[in-house]
Structure formats: C-alpha cells, structure tokens
Ligand binder design. Structure first.
Ligand code: SF4
Length: 403
C-alpha cells in the first residue's frame, strides 16, 4: 500500500431499495473509482433510515439487500473495499451515545438540513430525539473508522464540518495521555531505528526552527508507513506538532463532482418524484421510458426547430453521449434536421448498454444469495475490527476501561 492507499475513506447510503441511475452517477460511480485509491469502507445506513422511516420497517431488510446488490452491480469489488451494514457494527451506537454527552444541542439545531427536512417531510412526525441526532450519528459513523476523507457533495459539507468540531472537542477533553511518551517510543520502535531517527530529526527541526518542510516530510513518512497501526500513526502525528493525542481524527471533505441526473420528467431523478430509471431496469422498459420522455416544449411538430438547452433529454446526452455525436444532434435539433426519436436513439443505446453491464454483474449474486451475505458478513467483520480498535482507545481515553 502506498501512502494514499493507506488513507481511509468512509461513505454510506440509506437502504432505499433498488437504486436508480441518479444514485449511480451521483455517488456510486465515484465510490467505484475510490476503492482502488483508498482504504474504503462503504456501509448501508439502516439506522439512519429509521430516523425518518421508523413507522414502517417491513421492507427494510429487502431494501438493504437490494442496495448491496446494486453496489456490486455497479462494480464495487469486495476484494478492494469493505461493504457492511451499520446496525451490525454496534460500535456506531456506542460512539454516538458517548458523543451525545459532549455535543451542545445548539450544534445539532443549527445543522442546515434539520429545518429543511422537517419542512420537506411535513407528513411525518420528525419531532424525535433520533431525528435531531442523525447528524451526530453520521459523525460517529465517520469518526469510528478514523476516516481521513468523506466523499460528499456541497450539501453535506456542513455535516463534515460539524464532525470536525466534535472530534476537536473530544480530543480536547480526553486527549491527554499520561503515558504518551512511552507510547510514542513504542510506536517509534515499530518504524525501525533508521526511520525513527529520521522522524526525530525532522520533528526537532520543526519544533526548534519552525521548518514547515520538515513537518510535511515527517508527516508523509508516518502516513505512508504500513507498519504502524492507525492509533500509533495518529499518536506520532500529534507528537510531531507537540499537541495532545488525537484520538478521533478530523476528517476532510473529498468534494466529488455530482452531476445532477435529470429524471424522466426533467426534474432531479428521485424516487419521491417517480421519475427514475432503475440501475437494473429491463432494457425494453428503459427504451419505453426514454422514448416517452418530454423534449423541448417548443418542438411540437417534427418540422419545428428545437433548442437542446431547453430539453431534458439533452441533459442526459451530456452525460452519456460523446461530444462529436452531441454536436451533430445539436445541429440536427436546431435545424429540425432530425426528429426527437432519432435524437434519443444513441441515448437509449448508451443507457441500455450501461444497465446491461449492471444486470450482468448482478446475475452472479442473484443466482446465489449466500454470496452476497458472505460479502457483507466479511465486510462487517473488517469494519468491527476497525471499530473495536477505535472504541478501545475512546473508552480508555474517557476513563471507562474498568475491566
Ligand atoms: S431533437 Fe433531441 S435535443 Fe432536440 S428537442 Fe428533440 S430530443 Fe431534445
């Protein structure tokens, strides 16, 4: 593993049932790339689903499996990332509880999405403790894995910022280790005498002369060393700057391009609008839906020229169709040289080809449901290992490791 692969990424999705192309292009496609660049943990956020959908849990289980199936269909590779279910790693709840003790209520009430969602979901009673606390549960999800990066869109940046504040508060309250020096020395032994000597020299240069270059070099050295456990790595990083121990790692935002995929009615693709194409939709159904999709309203007759900028179909072309074909279609639309059926043809082909790849990959898991359960079981074990390590440190730091 190189130093980047050593860095951990965490992301989750609520179990909403079979995913659609908006989910794929908005998040999942990016996960597929990230799994080969970082140490990735992806989880089904089933406890989060309860924060707004606690009244009906009848379809929760099937929704969980559908989501995992779509992740695998998209190309998540269980050999390259860990896939797990949040409620099967109870440490999420444990850390959430501990963090709830130190989180000022105002921080949660200030989260921008809190009031928005209460308004948007006015048909549900969201005056619950669980709903107010869901951003804190998200923070616990991230901090439990000492994730350095969280891939999010712009609308989630405030949640990650709150997570950073909570980590800082926790570290400030509980990050003073009486035996830090001994633990640092033990960690240095893991590095071997040569690297440990270089680390000490760089640290001295930074602390005595304020040489930022030395700090960067030492950081890279520590971050890239696979011999260190995550806790020891954090200890050595804190020691470099002469601060207390970092028990919970402040995550960084990994801003990801999230193209808004238009749904079949031109609004954002979303299950609540009923305008989706499922990732594993029947190809004939895909063609039927796209053929019926509205176009530029000004193009009433075949002979009327149109404007691709006013056509939701063309928004899909921007995602699916190569530039030279798009130029040809634009010309044809503006001059009424082509009809909408002809324009939609390459789009239908591209979407069907994408969906066919998903369907082919999913078939293996549909044929043997045990396979998917084993993937998740293994992912849960890996996640629990990491979570237990963090909780051991957290419990010790808080002073509750009585036995
Ligand atoms: S020709 Fe294409 S871009 Fe133009 S209105 Fe029809 S579907 Fe839309």
């Amino acid at each position: 593993m190189n130093s980047i692969q050593n860095r951990r990424v965490l992301s989750g999705m609520r179990p909403t049932g079979a995913l659609h192309l908006g989910n794929y292009h908005g998040a999942l496609r990016n996960w597929v790339d990230l799994q080969y660049q970082y140490d990735c943990f992806f989880f089904v956020a089933d406890w989060h689903a309860l924060t707004t959908g606690y009244e009906d849990t009848g379809s929760l289980e099937s929704n969980v499996w559908e989501v995992v199936k779509d992740w695998l269909a998209a190309g998540l590779n269980p050999g390259a990332c860990s896939i797990f279910i949040q409620s099967h790693v109870p440490e999420h709840a444990e850390l959430h509880l501990l963090l709830s003790m130190i989180t000022p209520l105002g921080w949660l009430e200030r989260v921008p999405s809190y009031k928005d969602q209460i308004e948007q979901l006015s048909d549900k009673d969201l005056g619950t403790y669980g709903f107010l606390g869901y951003p804190l549960l998200q923070s616990a999800d991230i901090l439990l894995y000492r994730a350095q990066y969280v891939p999010v869109g712009e609308d989630q940046v405030a949640h990650v910022e709150m997570t950073r504040e909570i980590a800082r508060r926790f570290n400030h309250l509980f990050g003073r280790e009486s035996d830090l020096e001994q633990k640092v020395q033990r960690a240095l032994k893991q590095l071997g005498s040569r690297t440990a000597g270089q680390y000490e020299a760089l640290r001295k240069k930074y602390q005595e002369k304020g040489d930022a270059g030395s700090l960067d070099k030492a950081r890279l050295m520590v971050e890239g060393d696979a011999r260190l456990s995550l806790a020891d790595r954090e200890r050595l990083l804190s020691h470099l700057e002469g601060t207390g121990r970092t028990i919970l790692v402040e995550p960084q935002v990994l801003l990801t391009p999230t193209p808004k995929l238009p749904g079949l009615d031109g609004r954002k693709m979303s299950k609540s609008y009923g305008n989706t194409i499922a990732m594993r939709e029947e190809p004939d159904e895909v063609a039927r839906k796209l053929k019926a999709m509205p176009t530029d309203p000004a193009r009433v007759r075949r002979t009327d020229p149109g404007d691709p900028d006013k056509c939701p179909v063309f928004d899909l072309h921007r995602l699916y169709t190569p530039e030279d074909t798009r130029a040809r279609l634009t010309e044809g639309c503006k001059t009424a040289g082509i009809g909408c059926i002809e324009c939609k043809k390459p789009l239908i082909d591209a979407v069907v080809s994408e969906i066919t790849a998903f369907r082919d990959r999913a078939r293996e898991f549909e044929d043997s449901p045990d396979l998917i359960r084993n993937v998740v079981r293994e992912g849960c074990e890996k996640a629990r290992d990491a979570a237990r390590r963090t909780m051991a440190e957290v419990t010790e730091a808080v002073g509750m490791d009585y036995l």
